[in-house]
Design a protein around this ligand. Structure first.
Ligand SMILES: CSCCC(=O)C(=O)COP(=O)(O)O
Ligand code: MG
Length: 240
């Protein structure tokens, strides 16, 4: 637990699943939406370079031959979803399907109730907000735009994923984000439910706080030396 106010960061960078939003809202709300649509999406977008790259990467990562059918590729994508494997080609295809789902009005994003007021308060207090999630940028943007608490995308300035930043468990990704934000690591605070992600951010010189929400897989995780909170309400900042 954080038992005292931290120095106000210049930027707070947010993880999504397990941090701003429940794991079930991603796995049930989003994964179950994408699951039956993957095969149709691949077959109806044969000329889209992002789809072509994602299919080729899936075949390569799964050790399938180039001749592998859409059904075989989709089986791999389903297996990855079942194991919550954050594979970039899966995230790319899911992101396209979810973006279409949000645009159609089929999907609404769930946020824990403490999150929208905290984001609004930090933003109005001069803290800048960014996202770093395994979900593709293409899906992050409508996730914040179409939330159950209104449009939160107006508060978010930058979005990072495993394509434009790199793997979430490697320090180089956090160095890359700091460079993109034009900010030293010690003015950046990363909030995540995954200790290995916080370790990587910390190695890059960032401030970190673990999020262990009741009922989430991270509730009893070992966060080591990272301070932790169970709700964004516990995060208060003093002026530097
Ligand atoms: C709307 S973003 C999609 C969420 C997602 O697919 C995901 O894997 C979230 O993982 P995170 O890195 O935010 O824990
Ligand atoms: Mg997470």
């Amino acid at each position: 637990m954080t038992d005292m106010a931290e120095t106000k960061p210049a930027w707070i960078v947010l993880d999504i699943e397990g941090t701003t939003s429940s794991t079930s809202s991603v796995h049930v709300g989003l994964y179950d939406y994408a699951r039956p649509r993957l095969a149709v999406w691949i077959d109806t977008h044969p000329d889209d370079p992002e789809v072509q790259d994602a299919v080729a990467q899936t075949r390569a990562e799964a050790g399938l031959p180039e001749s592998a059918s859409t059904d075989e590729v989709v089986q791999v994508l389903h297996d990855w979803m079942d194991g919550d494997v954050k594979a970039t080609p899966l995230k790319s295809l899911q992101g396209q399907i979810w973006a279409a789902g949000f645009a159609e009005g089929d999907l609404i994003a769930h946020f824990f109730p403490d999150v929208p007021p905290a984001l609004r308060s930090w933003h109005s207090g001069g803290v800048r907000l960014a996202v770093f999630s395994s979900g593709s940028v293409k899906s992050q943007q409508p996730w914040f735009r179409h939330s159950d608490a209104g449009d939160l995308a107006i508060l978010i300035e930058q979005y990072f994923d495993t394509v434009n930043a790199g793997p979430k468990r490697e320090a180089v990704s956090y160095h890359r984000i700091a460079g993109a934000l034009g900010c030293a690591g010690d003015r950046l605070l990363f909030l995540s439910d995954v200790p290995a992600e916080l370790d990587a951010a910390s190695q890059a010189g960032w401030g970190t706080t673990g999020v262990r929400r009741p009922g989430e897989p991270s509730q009893n995780a070992d966060f080591g030396a990272h301070p932790t909170v169970a709700s964004f309400d516990e995060l208060t900042f003093k002026e530097s």
